[in-house]
Ligand binder design. Structure first.
Ligand code: PA5
Length: 468
């Protein structure tokens, strides 16, 4: 049987950190009683087609189409550039960091595909620097513009800059050759542009929100073209699907993780720290941050009552943040829960060289391995946290590969659905993001937003009294 990721949660129990901060058996029983009916509820909602992200691992046609586009482009393309933001970029970044070597872009020997750049901001200095570098490589550069709505100002502006550059430098056919649009199958500005300009295009499936879309064409194309085995990724997700539909609460990792988070939220631990002990997983902590914050931070519950709910997700990186955050995590307020991500087998454990005679105190390291050191530091940090009664959980990756990463993605997406159900909120919308998007339209002079522009004025004009 292929390897499965595992979830370890003894270190949240009262047995380990005491009854004040730990979860007792009785409390687990209560959590089980509350969550078990939600397992059936989510399974039913999924069957009724209400959560289409759940079916992404089985979309063979999408995978085939993505692979066909990737194969078609790979030889012509030395640089692959993703233009997108939020759910249209974070998964792409996370997959690349997780599954390709650290030096992928710089070392031709370590790359199985084109260099990958993901622009998920509108910082002119950043994009300008790239454009200067890419100017004489444009004919070998493919741009994947990703926007489900097609109206996001960041992505639209990037696209308009690139479009002009391609047309000016390479002529009228450049767009068909070098742009792939990933967007809604039928609606929106980007779909309109793609259809009219006859661009290569892929689809963001109906009903799949940005932050749940990494296993659709949104995340799969950049992964596939950069040599990541997307079939294994989807197979891993399907493997996790079986586990997270299990109606036995204690066998269902998504249900139990969501329930633990919910329990602690209601007991004042409203900050949830994800701390991978693997550089490769660091951008998945970023991806999780969006998934958790945008899905669970809500004013209203499903009945329309004001609840102002939402755990705050924080990302940290082991061991780096041991030297930055752990002082706070151990001695600051006991208002956080910790999810460590640990890789059991790093494949290249990296032996540590001998200590010089002048430094025998480093002898304990020599002959050991860096893989042992990073995992020892994880255990050491966890131990230190536990002495201060901080609840800790761990997701164990037997190895980093597309199969285990696919499991992880699917697991956290379904945990988010469970958490949404426990908090009794809609985990799939993001109404609060919209006002900022519309205010940007107003400030940028878009037609139809004149009234909003007037309302914004008092807040944007600097008041000298407060300017020092
Ligand atoms: O998760 C979400 O829905 C958001 O983060 C979106 O992905 C983000 O706002 C970008 O939207 P779009 O893909 O429509 O450009």
């Amino acid at each position: 049987m292929p390897e499965q990721i595992k979830f370890y949660y003894k270190n949240v129990t009262a047995e380990i950190i005491g009854a004040e901060h730990g979860i007792t058996e009785e409390q687990f029983k209560i959590l089980s009683e509350k969550t078990t009916p939600l397992i059936a509820q989510l399974n039913n909602e999924r069957k009724a087609g209400k959560t289409p992200y759940r079916d992404l691992p089985y979309k063979k046609e999408t995978a085939s189409k993505v692979k066909a586009v990737a194969n078609e482009l790979r030889d012509k393309c030395e640089n692959f550039v993703v233009l997108g933001i939020g759910g249209s970029a974070l998964g792409n970044i996370a997959l690349q960091t997780a599954l390709n070597p650290y030096m992928y872009n710089l070392d031709d020997n370590q790359r199985k595909g084109p260099r990958l750049f993901v622009f998920d901001n509108v910082d002119p200095a950043q994009l300008n620097s790239f454009l200067k570098w890419a100017e004489d490589k444009l004919d070998k550069t493919v741009f994947n513009v990703i926007s489900k709505s097609g109206r996001t100002a960041e992505t639209a502006s990037q696209f308009l800059i690139i479009r002009k550059m391609l047309l000016d430098k390479l002529g009228a056919n450049a767009l068909q050759r070098q742009v792939v649009a990933t967007t809604d199958p039928e609606q929106g500005t980007l779909r309109k542009i793609a259809d009219q300009a006859n661009l290569r295009s892929l689809e963001v499936p109906d009903g799949v929100g940005g932050r749940f879309s990494v296993l659709s064409a949104v995340g799969l194309l950049s992964a596939a073209i950069c040599g990541i085995d997307i079939d294994q990724l989807l197979a891993g997700a399907a493997d996790m699907d079986e586990r997270v539909t299990d109606t036995d609460f204690f066998k269902n990792p998504a249900a139990i993780i969501a329930a633990i988070n919910y329990h602690y939220y209601n007991r004042g631990k409203r900050i949830s720290v994800m701390m991978p002990y693997s550089y490769h997983l660091k951008d998945f902590a970023d991806w999780y941050r969006q998934l958790w914050a945008e899905s669970l931070g809500k004013t209203k519950d499903l009945q329309g009552n004001n609840v102002f709910v939402g755990p705050t997700p924080i990302k940290a990186l082991g061991t780096t943040d041991q030297h930055s955050q752990v002082q706070l995590y151990r001695e600051g307020p006991n208002d956080k829960i910790f999810t460590f991500l640990q890789v059991e087998d790093f494949k290249s454990p990296l032996p540590i060289g001998p200590a010089p005679d002048t430094a025998p105190e480093l002898g304990y390291l020599s002959g050991s391995q860096m893989a042992k050191l990073i995992n020892s530091e994880k255990l050491a940090t966890e131990y230190a946290m536990l002495t201060d009664k901080r609840p800790c959980m761990t997701i164990l990756f037997p190895q980093m590969n597309p199969y285990t990463v696919g499991q992880f993605i699917y697991l956290f997406e379904v945990i988010t659905s469970f958490a949404g159900a426990l908090f009794n909120i809609n985990a799939y919308d993001q109404p609060a993001v919209e006002l900022g998007k519309e205010a940007t339209f107003a400030l940028m002079g878009r037609e139809g937003f004149e009234e909003m522009a007037k309302n914004i004025q008092p807040f944007t004009k600097l008041d000298d009294k407060y300017l020092i």
